[in-house]
Design a protein around this ligand. Structure first.
Ligand SMILES: Cc1cc2nc3c(=O)[nH]c(=O)nc-3n(C[C@H](O)[C@H](O)[C@H](O)COP(=O)(O)OP(=O)(O)OC[C@H]3O[C@@H](n4cnc5c(N)ncnc54)[C@H](O)[C@@H]3O)c2cc1C
Length: 323
């Protein structure tokens, strides 16, 4: 065991800082290898302490929320993985609700609807946490969750906590400043208005029904694999919708299989794990889709999912390594 791992186990106890901990069950894809050390963070203090220890020992740090938008390498993830789960939700004044990073989007939707607060109801059924949603600026039906964010509290590489305003979050399509800085979200403030709980519930039900109708929810997946084409960079042939799913579909790739991974016959932008998929088979399938779409339509598909533990992928952009 590395000295960093030993220090984390001493600080948090071996039950909470686990070495060689399997990550597959903590992802919606249900695949991938173990973390060198996995910490289940229960508070902001936990996150700060773990990051501090990792920095002292030059351990790379990766952050995991609901694990619903990631592909974990078969060899697992080196260094420390902090799993940010749970937390509090509270009203912090008229029109503002603060949610800790580990709160699930579904939990936040239920909480706000129950109090007659409108704005998040259409996000019902979005897997994952507040932290993960801010990281990738989660989107649904052409709307971005960043549009509802008034500000966020983040932990920077040097251990400082910063309060950022929405304008400083650099929200864009599928992007935020967090992808550049490696900061960890601790909490976020959402803009809300007064609403009728019955009407809000109806909107939430409509979203859930839409997801059920259009997404392969019975099989493990990580949601949409590819980003939609960018009008500023890409040229999509006439007659094909500007959507990654449409491009994969029109290229005839629905149902394509690599090992236990398959392009969903229900939604061409989903890859499903049919039970025996590993990360390599998913990656091979992703590369095949990209190659065929490029050849057929001249469009470079870019991944929406985040790779964890792959060479040259986000683990090296960890806050500890940069600190
Ligand atoms: C069935 C299904 C449907 C989906 N539908 C949608 C949809 O409609 N719209 C959409 O946008 N996405 C959708 N997704 C993808 C996914 O739900 C979102 O991207 C979600 O916001 C990811 O959150 P997470 O907590 O699971 O993040 P994770 O998958 O755990 O992590 C994703 C990234 O966020 C980072 N991260 C997580 N927490 C923090 C934190 N506290 N601080 C800093 N970085 C953090 C991680 O390091 C990683 O880089 C879907 C996924 C599935 C499986």
């Amino acid at each position: 065991m590395s000295t960093g791992a030993a220090a984390l186990r001493e600080a948090f106890g071996p039950g909470r800082a686990r070495t060689g901990a399997p990550l597959a069950p903590l992802t919606t894809f249900k695949l991938g290898g173990p973390a060198d050390v996995l910490l289940e963070a229960e508070s902001v203090a936990d996150i700060r302490r773990a990051v501090e220890i990792a920095r002292d020992f030059w351990m790379p740090v990766s952050v995991l929320g609901g694990g619903s938008n990631i592909l974990v390498a078969d060899a697992g993830v080196r260094g420390l993985v902090i799993r940010v789960r749970r937390g509090e939700i509270r009203a912090i004044g008229e029109g503002l609700v603060r949610a800790d990073a580990g709160v699930t989007i579904n939990g936040l939707v239920r909480w706000t609807i129950g109090r007659g607060l409108a704005s998040l109801e259409a996000w019902a059924g979005t897997p994952g946490t507040v932290g993960g949603a801010l990281y990738g600026n989660a989107h649904f039906h052409g709307r971005n969750i960043g549009d509802l964010v008034a500000g966020a509290s983040v932990l920077a590489a040097d251990g400082r906590v910063q309060e950022l305003e929405a304008g400083e979050m650099e929200f864009g399509y599928d992007s935020s400043r967090l992808q550049r800085t490696g900061e960890v979200v601790l909490s976020a403030d959402f803009l809300v208005t007064r609403g009728n709980p019955e009407l809000l519930r109806e909107t939430a039900r409509t979203s859930l029904a839409y997801r059920k109708r259009t997404q392969p929810l019975a099989s493990p997946s990580a949601g949409c694999i590819f980003q939609n084409p960018d009008p500023a960079r890409d040229r999509v042939p006439e007659g094909i919708p500007w959507s990654a799913g449409a491009l994969v579909d029109r290229a005839g790739l629905k149902g394509l299989q690599e090992g236990g991974a398959r392009v969903s016959p229900t939604h061409a932008n989903f890859i499903v794990n049919e039970g025996t998929a590993d990360a390599q088979s998913v990656r091979r399938l992703i590369e095949r889709c990209k190659a065929v779409v490029l050849e057929r339509f001249g469009v470079h598909l870019r991944e929406e999912i985040v790779y964890l533990g792959f060479e040259g992928q986000p683990v090296s952009r960890s806050i500890a390594a940069e600190g």
